[in-house]
Design a protein around this ligand. Structure first.
Ligand code: KG4
Ligand code: ZN
Length: 339
């Protein structure tokens, strides 16, 4: 009897240590250890991140195996994040994956983190139907903002991307100006639900083609807040919900305008989203609306497959296993890694 392979995925590119087990496109376990050490610093401290990965990786992988109700010896291949990400963090996942692959004498599979965010849409329970090629994906995370045309699993073309800050950074940096914790994205999402998105308006950048820019928005908001706080020291506290709603609307308007331009230019109406910012409730809603307004079919992955996770690494592992795309032990970690 043919038994489909069981694959372990390991993700350690930034500040989450994650492991997942997949079989037949179905996630058997998906474990994430969030690193709390960074909260006091308003951002990820790379050296602390790699140390925490070292502490977390064995317990996280053990837990993933336990929750999947399998034995270590049943794993048929190990997939890990090669890049992009923080070098020290990536090296922990890379060396752990190599060691385990050697010890179990099973194939090693390298994974591009940005491809993985996109291909998370193919996990069995990620969304009800799966995208058909070619489709467009708006990938929005803490480090990247891209519109990608996906012609096949491993044939992707970046149509546009940010020339400065990523969308997630726009949430996190403006959130910092508002005195919110890190990461600010999920906090802004919650507070925005109570606010008026039309209360404040901020000018949008003019950028060529399908590229994005978010650094000007951050500066505009900084000057706006300085001016208002001079008049009323309680301005931020008194208007926090409206500020969050208005900032969130501006960031999403910028994203949607370019995505719609990409739909018009390519004629592709299969639209997916991916990456941490796609956890945002407003952007999920706005993407869904494309079905009615632009005759699109949309793919919005389940919440747990949007922010960094190892299920997305495991699905790529499974797809690469089917295509026999294995890596040898000379594979290195790369902090910048294009699609
Ligand atoms: O994909 P991800 O988990 O890590 C990277 O690869 O960067 O994305 C993290 C980013 C952070 O900037 C965080 O603020 C943002 O995703 N994020 C959100 C939400 N949840 C996470 N932004 C807006 N609304 C959310 N609900
Ligand atoms: Zn990510």
């Amino acid at each position: 009897m043919h038994v489909s392979p069981i694959i372990l995925g390991i993700e350690s590119s930034c500040d989450d240590t994650a492991a997942a087990i997949i079989q037949n496109h179905t996630i058997l376990s998906n474990v994430v250890a969030n690193q709390k050490v960074h909260q006091n610093y308003g951002g990820v401290v790379p050296e602390l991140a790699s140390r925490a990965h070292q502490q977390n990786i064995v317990p996280v992988v053990s837990e993933a195996i336990k929750q999947a109700k399998i034995e270590l010896s049943q794993i048929n291949a190990i997939a890990f994040t090669k890049g992009p990400g923080l070098m020290g963090s990536l090296l922990v996942g890379n060396s752990f994956a190599k060691s385990l692959s050697m010890a179990l004498n099973i194939p090693l599979i390298e994974v591009n983190h940005m491809q993985a965010h996109i291909l998370a849409n193919f996990i069995d329970d990620a969304n009800e139907t799966k995208p058909q090629f070619p489709f467009l994906c708006l990938t929005v995370s803490g480090g990247h903002t891209q519109i990608v045309q996906i012609n096949d699993y491993f044939e992707m073309e970046i149509l546009g991307e940010t020339i400065d800050d990523a969308a997630g950074e726009a949430f996190d940096k403006t959130g910092k100006l508002l005195g919110l914790g890190y990461p600010a994205g999920p906090i802004i999402d919650q507070l925005a639900k109570l606010g008026d998105p039309f209360r404040f308006s901020f000018s949008k950048p003019k950028v060529e083609g399908l590229n994005f820019s978010f650094s000007g928005l951050k500066t505009a908001i900084m000057y706006f807040l300085q001016k208002e706080v001079q008049k009323d020291p309680e301005f931020i506290a008194n208007n926090i919900n409206d500020l969050c709603a208005s900032i969130q609307k501006t960031i999403i308007d910028i994203l949607m305008e370019k995505l719609i331009k990409a739909i018009t230019e390519t004629g592709i109406h299969q639209i997916a989203i991916a990456g941490g910012v796609s956890a945002n409730s407003e952007i999920r809603q706005r993407i869904k609306e494309l079905e009615a307004t632009h005759n699109c079919q949309t793919f919005i992955p389940k919440f747990e497959y949007t922010t960094d996770n190892a299920a997305m690494i495991a699905i790529v592992g499974q797809l690469k296993f089917q295509h026999k795309m294995f890596s040898d032990y000379s594979t290195n970690s790369v902090s910048k890694y294009t699609l």
